[in-house]
Design a protein around this ligand. Structure first.
Ligand SMILES: O=C[C@H](O)[C@H](O)COP(=O)(O)O
Ligand SMILES: C=C(OP(=O)(O)O)C(=O)O
Length: 362
């Protein structure tokens, strides 16, 4: 049996010359577990499901302004080593109660990475970091890790990049992002319209807010789209629309957009479109000029704007790992250092979060 026959349902397992199936010579397929199989193997308990429902409500309340705290999505640019990610999560879980009167901390658990051209695409795609592309293991490892983070009491956030992957993980999430490279994609907007969790759309890499506001309007609508069901079968998916989307300012090719004038302009743009002004500032990426050590200054500015009355600012995102900086992917990796974008180390992160909470209290 050849590789194509092995993935076909029995009904179409006829000799290949008898059916009109064209297989591109540049494409091979291998079966993966279905979302239902993985969810059964790594189930979400009733208790954790209840916790995640409550955490989604808590995130919604902050985004809606019913809860005056600041949402903080914080964690590694990407997770490449489950051990250091859990080490980080334990530290974050220990800090959370200390600042919870002012900050709602959410663990950034990014397991898929959008690349400008090519590069390592994340734990889901290549968990062994060697190009072997063991995606079955990547899905299982990512789900296990998110379950463990949830068990620590942390709300979990990720970027949803490949819509097929969402079905394996979305029950574990309290917040998700659609990245700068995919906010304009109809397929991602359709996916978000069927997610029962708050989702931030980032502005484009060129700095344009229009694609994110269009995305919010599209995702708020009901859609019918192509997808798969939990059994992995092709399916017509009908979605109800997601009212819990918001704008994430991440800067663009022209520079940052976290300053007071840019935030006010973004707010006015949302209001003009009749969209509730809910804004998150990504302190990293083009807002920090990709220098992770500039994130504290961005956070400080956002806190100052909040204190000056800019109440459209509902949250921030920080790229942070155990240690400052980044390293290239090699066989001799330093523990707790990002292998994608540079991160602020834990010591600095903990200090600025405590300081932000103190300033907001004051
Ligand atoms: O956050 C991560 C990166 O900015 C994003 O994945 C793009 O990375 P790249 O430009 O290095 O491919
Ligand atoms: C890729 C990311 O961000 P952006 O889409 O803003 O580049 C990210 O947050 O990891």
């Amino acid at each position: 049996m050849n590789s194509l026959q092995s993935v076909l349902p029995t009904a179409v397992q006829q000799p290949l010359h008898a059916i009109a199936l064209e297989v591109a010579p540049s494409r091979r397929t291998q079966p993966l577990p279905t979302p239902a199989e993985l969810r059964q193997r790594l189930p979400l308990s009733h208790e954790l499901a209840r916790q995640i429902r409550a955490q989604r409500e808590a995130v919604r309340a902050v985004l809606d302004g019913e809860d005056a705290r600041l949402l903080v999505v914080v964690g590694p640019c990407s997770i490449h080593d489950p051990e250091s990610a859990l080490d980080y999560a334990r530290r974050l879980a220990a800090l959370a109660p200390e600042v919870s009167d002012q900050l709602l901390l959410v663990m950034r658990a990014y397991v898929e990475k959008p690349r400008t051209t090519v590069g390592w695409k994340g734990l889901v795609y290549d968990p062994h970091l060697d190009g072997s592309g063991d995606m079955a293991e990547g899905l299982a490892l990512s789900r296990r890790l998110m379950l463990e983070m949830a068990e620590l009491g942390l709300p979990v956030a990720t970027e949803l990049l490949q819509p097929l992957v969402a079905g394996y993980l979305d029950d574990l999430l309290s917040w998700a992002a659609i990245g700068a490279r995919t906010s304009e994609s109809q397929i991602h907007r359709e996916m978000v319209s069927g997610l029962d969790l708050p989702v931030g759309f980032k502005n484009g890499t060129d700095g344009s807010l229009g694609i994110a506001t269009d995305a919010m309007r599209s995702a708020a609508h009901a859609h019918q789209h192509f997808g798969i069901d939990v059994q992995g079968r092709p399916a017509l998916v009908e979605t109800a629309g997601n009212a819990d989307t918001h704008l994430v300012l991440r800067g663009g090719h022209q520079g940052p957009n976290f300053d007071a004038a840019s935030v006010q302009a973004a707010r006015a743009g949302l209001e003009k479109l009749g969209i509730a002004p809910r804004i998150l500032v990504d302190c990293s990426h083009a807002n920090s000029g990709k220098d992770p050590l500039r994130q504290p200054a961005v956070l400080e500015d956002v806190i100052a704007q909040r204190l000056a009355g800019q109440d459209a600012l509902r949250g921030v995102m920080l790229e942070s790992h155990l240690f400052d900086g980044a390293q290239s992917l090699s066989c001799d990796l330093r523990y707790g250092v990002s292998i994608t974008d540079g991160c602020l180390g834990w010591a600095g992160t903990e200090a600025i979060l405590r300081e932000a909470a103190a300033r907001l209290r004051g």
